[in-house]
Design a binder for this molecule. Structure first.
Ligand SMILES: [Zn+2]
Length: 370
């Protein structure tokens, strides 16, 4: 059958079998905010062949560097941490109450299996929930931090402690990576470890295509984004970059119960999302859009009031102002254990970052008025 002619450009795949198997391992490893080092080790291991050297700061932000001696510095950045819970209170009956570490969603907790991370390794537990039969009354009670608790199969506080569980242990969900309909990657905390994966893939493309950049490239996998962009804040001051291109996820707004009037119209499969926000430097943003158009990469647009809520803000407002921009990956069901991203969007975000880097000149001045 003859190939159909369409307006949409032919898709260029980037992720290959080897990189996909790294992505799967990287997603299945837990990387709770403040406790990201195991994932950072895996990430550095993957990226090492594609960089000249690396650096890890006191809180675990990992940086791969190409052309360290160059004066002009460009950052590409994602965040490495995943939302989780903290053990907060262990009852005398051996039940465990939790608090959030990042924007963990209490609504999805009931009936989930979890991993409690202790010094002796992972201890399993479940978020229990009263049976439908026992929930009398006209009004259903919604899950909140006051009524969800973990059951690790112990019947006393002492027994819980014997398992190695104490206040301050972090908790992640069990759910692992899968591919849905050969079209979507699904898993917990694709927000934003997909980003860490994508910037690593940019480094791979640069190496494989033998690209010599005219500036220093800092590939930054930052910690502690989920509690307020903290890792990016720290590393921005350390690197003092001239330009920062950040990638994170954004909401696909085409699934039920999301209001396009307030959330905009964005969908998985329609390409990377560029952002309009005061923190996004317009001349840098125009460079990204021109790169997308030149390379035939589909893209979508999003506007944010006040802040982008991503590490873009941390870079933009550091060091007296760093020209920064955001390339987002559309994602369904954010902060659940079944986050979904489109395979083609992943390829296209990688391509867009890569193509943008190829058009940045050493010493490029992004100021509006000179
Ligand atoms: Zn998040």
């Amino acid at each position: 059958m003859a190939k159909k002619k369409t307006d949409t450009p032919e898709h260029t795949p980037v992720v290959n079998e080897t990189s996909l198997s790294f992505f799967e391992k990287y997603i299945n490893n837990a990387s709770p905010t403040g406790f990201e080092w195991k994932g950072q080790e895996m990430w550095l291991e993957y990226i090492k062949p594609y960089i000249d050297e690396h650096y890890v700061d006191n809180y675990g932000t990992a940086v791969g560097i190409i052309n360290k001696d160059a004066e002009y510095k460009v950052v590409i950045e994602a965040h490495a941490d995943e939302i989780s819970w903290f053990v907060n209170y262990i009852t005398s009956d051996g039940l465990i109450y939790v608090i959030r570490n990042g924007g963990s969603d209490h609504q999805i907790a009931p009936s989930k299996r979890v991993n409690i991370h202790t010094d002796n390794g992972v201890v399993k537990a479940v978020f229990g929930w009263p049976a439908i039969h026992t929930r009398g009354g006209e009004k259903e009670e919604a899950p909140t931090l006051k009524n969800i608790s973990l059951d690790c199969g112990a019947t006393s506080k002492e027994e819980v402690e014997k398992l190695g569980i104490h206040v301050g242990c972090v908790i992640t969900y069990e759910d692992e990576f899968m591919v849905l309909n050969d079209r979507y990657y699904v898993g917990r905390a694709l927000d934003n470890r997909a980003g860490g994966f994508m910037i690593a893939e940019v480094a791979r493309l640069l190496k494989e295509n033998n690209i010599k950049l005219p500036f220093g490239l800092y590939i930054v996998n930052a910690v502690q984004e989920e509690i307020g962009l903290r890792g990016a804040e720290m590393i921005a001051h350390h690197i003092k970059p001239n330009v920062a291109i950040v990638t994170d996820v954004t909401h696909d707004t085409t699934t039920p119960m999301i209001n396009k009037i307030t959330q905009g119209d964005l969908a998985c499969g329609r390409g990377p999302v560029v952002s309009y926000a005061p923190a996004v430097q317009t001349n840098l943003n125009k460079l990204l859009i021109a790169a997308a158009q030149k390379a035939n990469i589909p893209f979508q647009r999003q506007a944010s009031s006040r802040s982008t809520g991503t590490d873009t803000d941390a870079f933009a407002y550091s060091n007296g102002g760093v020209p920064s921009a955001l390339i987002s990956l559309p994602l369904r069901y954010m902060h659940t254990t079944v986050e979904m991203i489109h395979k083609e969007d992943v390829d296209n975000v990688i391509r867009l970052i890569y193509e943008s880097l190829l058009t940045i000149e050493a010493g490029q001045d992004f100021r509006y008025i000179r």
